[in-house]
Write a protein that binds this ligand. Sequence first.
Ligand code: KIV
Length: 264
Amino acid sequence: MEKVTAPVITGKKGKEKISMLTAYDFVTAGIVDDAAVDIALVGDSLGQIILGYSTTVPVTIEEMIHHAKAVVRAAKHALVVVDMPFLSYQVSVEEAKRNAGRMVKESGAEAVKLEGGVRMKKTIKAIVDMDVPVMGHIGLTPQSVYRMGGYKVQGKGPEARKLIEDAKAVEEAGAFSVVLECVPRQLAKEITELLSIPTIGIGAGPDCDGQVLVFHDVMGLSGSFRPKFVKASADLRKSMTDAIKTYIDEVKEGVFPDDEHSFH
Ligand code: KIV
């Protein structure tokens, strides 16, 4: 199977839907890659999913690089995109360039993703000019959770115009694709038709050029809270809990280890 690149992703627009899933470690990245997903995203959602923070805000560059390295080692086919965490690109364009460079150089990921539209236009352009492919991310941008006052659908009513401007800015800055998170379905359709780069939706309806979800949500590993836009394809939390209970019972009852699993 051929390695997916950023230009390959851009070229899929209008031809083939793009699949993207998060991956944070070697095992899950290997599973995602074997299944031939187009993009493995080392999302800063790892702050919540893997590290147990309540938001993505505390995630550091070092944590992102650490996890991205493991994903890169497993990804033979998928394009690996790594999220730039909060404070790694907001302070100045110079800092953003250095940190984006560090993230691809030290982790081996092939592109970065960062949040923001019009206000990030210069930053995206500067990183793209360094030959680092950038994926944009607009709509609900989780690093702005405190300003937004929670995780809410963005671009409703008069806000729609602003989101369209954000989408155009990301494209004009040279991004190879853009994530639309928690955006009304009709607005996501309009933006998708307007842009020449692919849109990748999460909570943005069926008319985007691609779809992204968090691996643990799709696998039913995330616990009881499930956002409206998540469709779990498995119930691994239950399967894993059952398997662990079986193991505990067998150990307690002296059924395992047995002769078959012993050395002679
Ligand atoms: O961090 C993340 O997982 C993301 C996706 C959900 C788009 O940014």
